[in-house]
Ligand binder design. Sequence first.
Ligand code: ACM
Length: 383
Amino acid sequence: MTTKKHSDAVRVGVLFSSTGFTSKIERSQMEGTLFAIDEINQNGGVNGREIIPFYYDPASSPHAFAAYAEKLIKRDQVNVIFGCYMSSTRKAVIPIIEKWQKLLFYPTPYEGFEFSNNIIYTGASPNQNSFFLADYMASHYGTRVYMVGSNYIYPYESNRIMSDFMTNFPGGAVVSERYMDLNAGREDFRSIVQDIKLARPDFIFSTVVGKSTQEFYLACHDVGLHPDEIPIASLTTSEAEISEMKSGVAAGHITSAPYFQSIDSKCNKDIISRFKKSRFYTVEPNMCWEAAYFQVHLFANAMKKSNSDDISQLLPHLLNSEYDAPQGKVKINPHNNHTLLYPKIGMVDNQGQFSILKEVSQGVDADPYFVNYSPPGVDNDDQ
Ligand code: ACM
């Protein structure tokens, strides 16, 4: 089957930074998106209609994300945008998407406590990553946590949640909570890592994102902070950030995420193999790449049924829809627009991949407002 081009093509917006301090991880999201679009087009498009992506480089700037979202909608006439990594950029895009009644697919773990009927959230909410991380760290390392984050909303809010979790354990404490500029380099982290050495917490909770991630891990490595004694636990440090570090710098540190490239399933291995042979592969596949990939398929499958990408017609077919993603069968919750995912705990190995230490046997529904969750360590029927 060939796809029809030109006037009846499906125009979609793609907003990920190819420059700026989060460009590495956002380029992986761009690659996951374009790879999925290419797969769909190769297989006949959406009911014979080719998907054509329109994209700009918002360079990690919330202001540029908002401006380009509006340009995609007004000038390029898109109804759907795939995009955003930092929560500050998603928050900047929401008013635009809502004003024009368009739909944003957001493929990034975030701090939760949000709902927009104009967003489909495909990354992890705190009950799908922080919860498991807190539980794992408390039972394997201890409950005294030192928090280091980049200076914006996702780290503040994620630290608030992690603080609640840790202080709920007997003896649990937040030893310190520090924030650094998004541009922070290795030297900028020096006083923090010296302080960590003196304070001797049980673990570090890092919500440092983007380019600074490698700088922070390196600074810890420089002063001899050993992961067996004081590991770094993260929700965002992925194969993409680790690939920027010298071999072994991240080894032994921990990340909680629903997807690691090392997942040993036929579906994951087949997709990784196809992706790595494709022209799109430049950044290591990771949790954000995977969400960016499967959300395009969720969109295309829903649109095959609605035959329209207008939000009012598309949304009823998206809600409750499922897709066999590399992590397992994901499903969009019709009450909160978030996605059922498969939480895991991984430890970085010497090859920059993750050994999976713990995983759930069944998918975990997103609960972005913690309606059904007590803190880890307390009875949780859903676990
Ligand atoms: C993030 O800002 N949601 C990683």
